[in-house]
Design a protein around this ligand. Structure first.
Ligand SMILES: Cc1ncc(COP(=O)(O)O)c(C=O)c1O
Length: 341
């Protein structure tokens, strides 16, 4: 595990991050704590280098690993503030619980996040850039005979990456998948590598067959989410998104955008969304479809592939999705006051 592009000059690192692919330039330090039967160690900050791990480590064999992804923003008053770290910490706890990993206390996770931000402050770009943080929890028991047992020991570290304003260069092409699930039913809400690995094959196929960027998973015709983001339909001040179920990840961006949209007086519906409805939505003049997640906040969908149909969405000017994204950006940098529930 090594970082690809570290340098001791913070401004060079920030500059490198502006043009590098998201998450490939790393801050030079990370925060870390370890769990054993004796409990959790005190958090500390260590250089980001390759670390030693036993090839028989539980996480490598039995998938006892999960992670989070959040951003810290330079705010208008000069601070560097993580966005809704408490929500991300709670989701990490939920993932840990489902994977039977030692559950890190909430304040330990937020403390590790704060330490990583403090230690990487010099490489945090100004807005619209930010510091992307990746809390990572791995089961570290050394055993290859524990397929039926959880790991009792674990390591939790927080990586930091300076990132630019991450937005795809053009509206995305999305293929709707109604046969193959994104994840197993028990792991829908778990942020673990297996979910992403499971989606990769369909995404790769969609890329090769349709020049697509992502896949919208809708087993049995009911829309869940894409491989790495929640989906939202917008038409004027009307917003529709699938209601929360155990089948997909409960995005912090989704939750934040819904609260912001409600505060702006929009009509917000969380309910079952079918593939037929999404296809009809995409074909309607004035309608927009977006993908919600920490990295891009909202990425716009330009083409939807449903079976044999390739539906091009009309570009909206002005775009309500762009307005919503901008508003959340103002909140994240403290330019616009907002208190999340
Ligand atoms: C599968 C999946 N769904 C949804 C999201 C969006 O979640 P969030 O808004 O918390 O980043 C992500 C990104 O983390 C994801 O990987």
């Amino acid at each position: 595990m090594t970082s690809e592009a570290t340098t001791t000059d913070p401004s060079a690192l920030i500059e490198a991050a502006a043009s590098a692919p998201f998450g490939t330039v790393f801050g030079e330090v990370m925060s870390v704590a370890e769990a054993s039967d004796a409990g959790w160690t005190q958090p500390s900050v260590v250089p980001l280098t390759s670390f030693t791990m036993h090839p028989g480590m539980h996480a490598l064999h039995y998938g006892s690993s999960c992670f989070e992804g959040l951003k810290a923003h330079r705010t208008v008053d000069g601070a560097i503030t993580p966005f809704r770290a408490d929500k991300h910490a709670a989701r990490l706890q939920q993932s840990a619980a489902r994977l039977m990993l030692p559950i890190p206390p909430l304040d330990l996770v937020t403390q590790l996040i704060d330490l990583a931000i403090e230690a990487n402050g010099a490489v945090t770009p100004p807005a619209p850039g930010s510091l992307y943080l990746r809390p990572t929890l791995l089961g570290t028991d050394v055993t290859i005979g524990a397929a039926a047992y959880p790991s009792h020991s674990a390591v939790l570290y927080v990586l930091a990456c300076p990132v630019g304003d991450y937005l795809p260069p053009r509206p995305l092409t999305i293929v709707v998948e109604t046969e193959v699930p994104r994840t197993t039913p028990q792991f829908g809400v778990v942020k673990t590598g297996a979910n992403y690995a499971m989606a990769l094959g369909r995404i790769d196929l969609a890329r090769r067959e349709h020049h697509a960027d992502q896949v919208l998973f809708a087993p049995g015709g009911v829309v869940q989410e894409t491989g790495a983001a929640n989906v939202v339909l917008v038409d004027g001040d009307h917003l529709v998104t699938p209601e929360l179920t155990d089948a997909f990840l409960h995005g912090v961006t989704r939750d934040s955008l819904l609260q912001v949209a409600r505060s702006l007086g929009w009509t917000v519906e969380e309910r079952t969304v079918t593939v037929d409805e999404v296809a009809a939505w995409a074909a309607r003049p004035g309608a927009e479809i977006g993908l919600m997640g920490t990295a891009a906040v909202i990425a716009q969908v330009g083409t939807l592939v449903v079976g044999d149909r390739r539906i091009e969405l009309a570009a909206q000017e002005p775009s309500k999705l762009v307005e919503l994204r901008r508003t959340l950006g103002e909140i994240q940098t403290g330019a616009r006051p907002f208190t999340f529930a």
